[in-house]
Design a binder for this molecule. Sequence first.
Ligand SMILES: *Cc1c(COP(=O)(O)O)cnc(C)c1O
Length: 429
Amino acid sequence: MKEKSYHLETLAIHAGQVPDPTTSATAVPVYRTAAYNFRNTQHAADLFALQEAGNIYSRLMNPTNDVLEKRLAALDGGAAALAFSSGTAAIYFTITNILKSGDELISASNLYGGTFTQFDAILPQQGILTRFTPLNDFVAVESAINDRTRAIFIEGIGNPTLEVADISRYASLAKKYHLPLIIDSTFTPPTLLRPIMHGANIVIHSLSKWIGGHGTGIGGIVIDAGNFDWQDSKFTLYNEPDRGYHGLRFAHDLGELNRLAFILRLRTVGMRNQGPTLAPDAAWQFLQGIESLPVRMTRHCENALAVATFLKSHPKIAWVRYPGLEGDPCYTLAQKYLPHGAGGMVVFGVHGGSAEARRIVDHMPLFSHIANVGDAKSLIIHPASTTHSQLSDVALRDAGIQPELIRLSVGLEHIDDLLDALATGLDTF
Ligand SMILES: *Cc1c(COP(=O)(O)O)cnc(C)c1O
């Protein structure tokens, strides 16, 4: 199958799969299997030496996960992918597959909370320093780059005010300094944004959100565009013999596969020896989600835009942020990068403060009150009293989490029911 020539809707259903050769099963089977037979000792030796592709042990690769990886690589236009037990693990193992103690990461500051903590509090314990710069402040990015910088990290759409990254400007800076550009594209699944087309080198998604789409599992994926040259000596993990894989120099010793050095090292060092493996049952759940991802994303975006438009004209609302809403500060960037819809998240502020916002959350029908995003169900939360409750009002404002801010993840329900629910919820103060 010449997968690259199919549209995304078709790839979402077919890419990476051939009917099961033994049973002719049409749906992807769940391989609840740990290990795989070698044909003979030569076959075993070739598999271990990366001379031949094939299954060894499910910590490293599994036939169900393999379909998921190939399908997402196809959807994002990448060369290869690797699935992880969570989006958080996907990010952690990506960073530590490039940076080691003494190296520095440049990251946009408007990150998912867990990622911010990982960069701010965990990686420094391992000698990796992150320099945070405001999103799309390219003067700040350029002045943060030094001879220890090894990568740039951004999110396609970031917290808390749903700002859109100007990806191609990040990509040209990354290129100028020969640094890989890593994008967490969780809020913008491949039918909305394909960061590799705009110059990204590595794309990460939490599968737990829109890609799975039903709040039924935790997982992550890393996609390698295969477009970065790792043969620059500053990337020591790729240019010196790797004790993690019997002295292999990943940027030099893989022949034609040198361009896939990043993802091969991620699997053979990160996954093999540190073990953040995705269970095949979860991979199967995500494959079910992906089949309907294109149609679901269209509906998520339509509903979110309608919700944002409704809120904008509501007398109790002080402000609304949705990148696809005309007049939003990121509207122009959204038109450029997200022509098929600006995602399913809407944030807004009510007149008043924390108390008013909490009353609305408490009285909002239909929306589930949970700390998650990207479910078929519509979700609501008041970040200042939950995810960010340890901060003072001043600190909250500094972090952009205004006390009156309410976050919605707009689901797939009928739009009339959603607008009715919002009208009812807003009526309670
Ligand atoms: C949820 C999320 C993550 C973390 O993913 P998990 O699968 O929950 O570990 C990372 N980045 C973004 C943008 C997210 O929304």
